[in-house]
Design a binder for this molecule. Sequence first.
Ligand SMILES: NC(=O)C1=CN([C@@H]2O[C@H](COP(=O)(O)OP(=O)(O)OC[C@H]3O[C@@H](n4cnc5c(N)ncnc54)[C@H](OP(=O)(O)O)[C@@H]3O)[C@@H](O)[C@H]2O)C=CC1
Ligand SMILES: O=C(O)C(=O)[C@@H](O)[C@H](O)[C@H](O)CO
Length: 323
Amino acid sequence: MKPKVLITEQIPNEILDYIQESCDCITWEKEGKMPRAEVLEQIDEVDGLLTTHIKIDDELLSQANQLKIVSDISVGYNNYDIEALKNHNIFATHTPYVLDETVADLVFSLILSVARRIPELDRFVKEGKWEKSIGEEGFGKDVHSTTMGIIGMGRIGEKIARRASLGFGMDVLYYKRTPNPELEEKLGATYVEFETLLEQSDFVVVMTPLSDTTYHLIGEKEFNKMKKDAFFINASRGPVVNEKALIQALKEKKIAGAGLDVFEQEPTDPNNELLKMDNVVTLPHIGSATKKTRFDMAMVAAQNLVDGVTGKTPKYVIKELKN
Ligand SMILES: NC(=O)C1=CN([C@@H]2O[C@H](COP(=O)(O)OP(=O)(O)OC[C@H]3O[C@@H](n4cnc5c(N)ncnc54)[C@H](OP(=O)(O)O)[C@@H]3O)[C@@H](O)[C@H]2O)C=CC1
Ligand SMILES: O=C(O)C(=O)[C@@H](O)[C@H](O)[C@H](O)CO
């Protein structure tokens, strides 16, 4: 008998075919993603779960009598309760590497958009307001030859640093808990203390995972340290930043603007004050959202899933569950 797996969202047919070669699949045919309540109802009869962002906690795992693996179509896995996964002895996997360049492209889109005021000036032209050459009121800030500060220089951070250093001639500062001298050599990036990065960067980019150590890593104290003409970019996870403090910092002109792909609550409240600010560029969590990359991510997750239910060790087990 083939192992049985639950797939909580639509995936490309080619990938479903690949899974079906080894597994019987329960799929979700409706709009959007299978609600958690439905997942809880089905979880006791499956060996594997392919999903994104559903909270994987003790409540779910206690009902998963034959589950061997949870495979997320995502590199970030703050939806995993690591202790619960350890207690229930279940593989948990993610999709690193395959999306790095795509997310780095998106981070640069945010940087260029907010610094050169692209969405604002696009609206200006389309609204028929372009009647003469623009003056200082429409000027932006250079991106090239400025200083980039990356907080969380991991797989994606490195790709951002490469673009910044080799493409835009920027000085790259970075902070993480363990310095990476090899990278410094390769890209000419400089390791600095957290405060120094905040004080010296023209563009502060957060690219850490969301964890107990990064929740509200950036708040009032951190915005106070940034340059008044600095731009703040977050494409990691919303709760890494204290959104109230960000709104306050923007209102008080402590920073020049922000580019945001992620929010504390997603989808964000349409009344969120950030959506009303011209110097803030907002996106609906699209860091990895290109056709090719989303396909590749789903394929990596499918391979993890099939390995996990057929007795092999999946390639991308999260680091906390490795021996
Ligand atoms: N907007 C989007 O669509 C996307 C968002 N993401 C988000 O980006 C995150 C990063 O992805 P990826 O680059 O692959 O992850 P990596 O694990 O490769 O990199 C994360 C980096 O953050 C650092 N870090 C972790 N904790 C802290 C801390 N407390 N203080 C400072 N630095 C810290 C780590 O270094 P060290 O341990 O030495 O501190 C590491 O360098 C994902 O977890 C996900 O949440 C990813 C893809 C798309
Ligand atoms: O991989 C991540 O951590 C992401 O945040 C993004 O790639 C996607 O939003 C997502 O996981 C796909 O739904």
